[in-house]
Design a protein around this ligand. Sequence first.
Ligand SMILES: COc1ccc(Cn2ccc3ccc(-c4cc(N)[nH]n4)cc32)cc1
Length: 239
Amino acid sequence: MRIDVVTIFPEYLDPLRAALLGRAIERGLIEVGVHDLRDWTHDVHRAVDDAPYGGGPGMVMKPQVWGDALDAVCGPDTRLVVPTPAGRPFTQDVAHSYAREKHLVFACGRYEGIDQRVIDDAARRMPVDEVSIGDYVLVGGEAAVLVMVEATVRLLPGVLGNPVSAEQDSFSDGLLEGPSYTRPEVWRDLSVPEVLRSGNHALIDRWRRDQALERTLLRRPDLLDRLPDGTLDERDLAV
Ligand SMILES: COc1ccc(Cn2ccc3ccc(-c4cc(N)[nH]n4)cc32)cc1
């Protein structure tokens, strides 16, 4: 997979070259390119924004600059991803779909966003997703891209040391992950639940499922409404 990011703050994407993602790049599992949008400006001020038609606060990013940048960066196999507060939700299912793509280009807006014609023009040549990472407002798209790239790349074969953990993700069975514990057995007078030290893996699995159900019911009851039929058995429903 190749990932390209276009931004006016290329340094914001430096974390892509650190830790797990950095190792995935070094191992050739992914290629990553970060591009400064201002490289496609032609005026002495290197302007990327202008006042919004119709008035209103803030500035809008110019279509000409973005159009030239995306013409240069996108290719025949590109899916263009544009973070925006007004986007469709970015979910684990979307991350799995992105993990199957050959080439992802992320367009990081700033100011009040990118002239809509940039998205409409690109959509004439490639799939374009306008996505939100949550119901809160950021200052630009860069932080959202870091989130989406991490959620996507960790799903690629060979990236995670322990592939099972990606399969047993929170949300992978539609429930939240329950609590985890490690040594010591007692810490600040708090003990690890005894069942986890029992060695009885049937009981442990049941306890973990109950904890996941309870946590989901308390923190994200909306997820229970979306579970595929048959996910919960009568034992689950007794929780
Ligand atoms: C019209 O309202 C606004 C429009 C844009 C902005 C600032 N901004 C500029 C580009 C950009 C890209 C993504 C996001 C974003 C994504 C999520 N989930 N929250 N915020 C925010 C962004 C603020 C408000």
